[in-house]
Design a protein around this ligand. Structure first.
Ligand code: TRP
Ligand code: SF4
Length: 406
């Protein structure tokens, strides 16, 4: 999948809303993935506080309160500010400016059609989400993504439609504004810089694609382009557009990196989520973690200790699937069905595994909590780096649109 993304755009951007404490669902579903991605790609991870405002505008205090704790939880979970840039969305006002500029070319229907628009309004009935900001938040997300020209966006299934929207916006932008004056001439001059042999091949491949729709040819041509050392990034962008006829690629189309659905269940067997009140927070005290697990529901058929049960009907089993090795799983299956173990016995390995997992996270969180200046400086450094990129992109965008060029 990521091979379709040209090398210079193989960077990752993802955001998380600060709307409360992070829990094991975030850890298994998102953070562990970020920790892996940061080893492979240039990564930008940010606190999506403006996004949180689209649903929490009536009582935004939770946003301010959660922001710094969330950053601490990221660091504690292994997100490394030496490998990834960590920043706060509202510290980079360029996101708002790009969102505004993109809003001008976004048909209303595109936003109304995004599934989360209607779904969330249905789901969060207690909130009035018939707002301009809520309708526009997928476009704000597009601005976040396009700002860093990030070709790779790790998201869950519910957010794939937002990446799809972003692709359409990028395409529309490039189509409308990628046609700089003298585009063809500039593209042709750039081709010459590839050297005779490559230039000839490139033209042949372009013709095969444009005249005969040869998909393989465009793939080969892109690879050829990518391998060129002698041409500038601007020329490469031009030639990408020249290849498929779209104009200069000012904003590259991103790909969704679909994150596997997390297996992490909540204490009641539903998805772990604050709104279901079934979470284990990363910073829950060990005694509270233990209590939550010991009191979590089990197979309702096991009323008495002597009643056999069925792990398939028990949320504890789902925890074993995340945490236990084969032999423990075996022991559970046999012990439960024959009533040779009690539910508290069965829960004990889970209690130990969760506590073992949380211990180093909590220790690191404690260290960061004791050094608020360090956390602030990590973020101000990330903000600065992100802002440099954001300013550059906005310059490109404004230049392409012919707006406010000095
Ligand atoms: N909308 C995402 C969410 O609700 C958060 C987010 C904002 C995001 N901007 C993003 C995720 C850009 C990926 C890329 O969880
Ligand atoms: Fe659930 Fe384990 Fe009890 Fe079986 S023994 S019902 S799997 S807690």
């Amino acid at each position: 999948m990521s091979s379709e993304v040209p090398a210079q755009y193989r960077r990752v951007l993802s955001g998380m809303r600060p709307t409360g404490q992070l829990h094991l669902g975030h850890y298994h579903g998102v953070l562990k993935n970020w920790v892996e991605l940061q080893q492979q790609y240039k990564c930008y991870f940010f606190v999506a506080d403006w996004h949180a405002l689209t649903t929490h505008y009536e009582d935004p205090s939770i946003i301010g309160d959660s922001t710094w704790d969330m950053v601490i939880d990221w660091l504690a979970a292994g997100v490394d500010h030496g490998l990834a840039d960590l920043f706060i969305q509202s510290s980079i006002p360029e996101h708002a400016e790009l969102h505004l500029l993109l809003s001008m070319i976004t048909p209303l229907g595109w936003l109304e059609r995004v599934p989360s628009y209607k779904d969330q309004q249905e789901k969060l009935k207690e909130k009035d989400l018939a707002t301009y900001g809520f309708l526009g938040y997928p476009l704000l997300q597009s601005a976040d993504i396009l700002m860093y020209k990030s070709g790779l966006v790790p998201v869950g299934a519910d957010q794939v439609a937002h990446v799809e929207l972003t692709r359409e916006i990028a395409r529309r932008f490039n189509h409308l504004y990628g046609r700089e004056p003298g585009f063809e001439e500039k593209a042709e001059a750039a081709i010459k810089k590839m050297g005779k042999k490559n230039a000839k091949m490139f033209i042949k491949l372009r013709n095969a694609y444009q005249q005969d729709g040869d998909q393989e040819a465009i793939g080969v041509a892109r690879a050829l382009l990518e391998a060129q050392q002698n041409i500038t990034v601007g020329d490469k962008e031009r030639l990408y557009g020249y290849l498929d006829g779209s104009g200069r690629v000012v904003l590259p189309e991103p790909q969704a990196l679909l994150t596997k659905a997390s297996k992490m269940p909540g204490l009641d067997g539903q998805k772990m989520s604050k709104s279901y009140n079934n979470t284990i927070a990363l910073r829950d005290k060990p005694e509270d973690v233990e209590k939550k697990l010991r009191t979590m529901p089990t197979d309702p058929a096991r009323v008495r200790r002597t009643d056999p049960g069925d792990p398939a009907k028990c949320p504890v089993w789902q925890f074993h699937e995340v945490y236990s090795d084969e032999s423990v799983c075996d022991w559970v299956q046999k012990g439960c069905r024959s009533a040779s173990i009690g539910c508290l016995d069965c829960k004990q390995p889970v209690v130990e595994a969760v506590l073992t997992e949380l211990k180093p996270i909590q220790e690191r969180a404690q260290e960061y909590t004791e050094q608020p200046d360090l956390v602030r400086s990590i973020i101000s450094e990330g903000n600065e780096k992100a802002r440099d990129v954001a300013k550059e992109t906005l310059e490109d965008v404004k230049f392409a649109m012919g707006i406010n060029i000095v």
